[in-house]
Design a protein around this ligand. Structure first.
Ligand code: ZN
Length: 229
């Protein structure tokens, strides 16, 4: 797709900025038909996840560049968690993408600023600063993790969330038991229990090696999905 990138002179010179609570986007990708898409291969005019210690800990800040949608989703989610669970730990952020995207060591994706690895909560809504921890069967804080995931879903910007199937089962049981979702709604949202894959239908899907973090992918600005590799 032919993309035309619209820059502001300020953005070109100084890069993206954060003003107060707002992430200011200086550029937008617009196709020749006017649709606003995104790439899963490279990142244009990425925004660095802001340094907000009450919201996040980051072990590799230079690998936390994302699209505007990605950064807004993470900041909005973290702000919501501060409001809902003020005693919860800041969210442990893994990698998003490099400043201009492209291949990122150890990942198949994370090339276009639209994928982020996010820590999950252990009992007591705790996260280990700067490090992912597998909560195992007994330390998975189902209430806090559902609050985190539902805050992401509520933004309307999530394409998919990848997580271990055992955690998915715990979340699904919890939302049904607590009456937060109907059986029908839960069946539409959760894919897992060993059967799903990241290509399956459903927002929350199983993927191997996702016991100590979740992977969230955002939709493009126009609501379309970046093509899956
Ligand atoms: Zn990931």
């Amino acid at each position: 797709m032919l993309l035309t990138t619209i820059f502001s002179a300020f953005a070109a010179e100084y890069g993206p900025t954060i003003e107060g609570d707002f992430v200011v986007a200086e550029s937008t990708e617009v196709s020749d038909t006017g649709a606003v898409g995104c790439s899963d291969q490279s990142l244009h005019d990425g925004i660095l996840l802001p340094d907000l210690p009450l919201f996040f800990t980051r072990s590799q800040p230079d690998h936390t560049w994302g699209s505007r949608e990605m950064v807004e989703l993470l900041v909005d989610t973290a702000r919501h968690m501060r409001w809902l669970m003020p005693d919860a730990s800041p969210i442990t952020m893994g990698e998003i993408s490099r400043q201009r995207g492209g291949e990122l060591s150890g990942h198949k994706t994370h090339r276009g600023g639209i994928d982020a690895d996010v820590g999950i909560y252990l009992t007591g809504a705790r996260q280990q600063a700067g490090m992912f921890v597998d909560p195992g069967p007994s330390q998975f804080d189902v209430e806090a993790n559902w609050a985190l995931i539902s805050a992401m879903l509520d933004t309307g910007r999530v394409d998919m969330i990848l997580l271990d199937h055992a955690h998915i089962s715990r979340l699904k049981s919890y939302v049904l038991r607590a009456g937060l979702l109907s059986e029908e709604e839960a069946a539409q949202i959760f894919v897992g229990e060993g059967k799903g894959s990241y290509r399956a239908v459903g927002v929350i899907r199983h993927a191997p090696a996702h016991r100590d973090h979740l992977h969230v992918r955002v939709l493009c600005p126009d609501g379309s999905r970046a093509s899956l590799r």
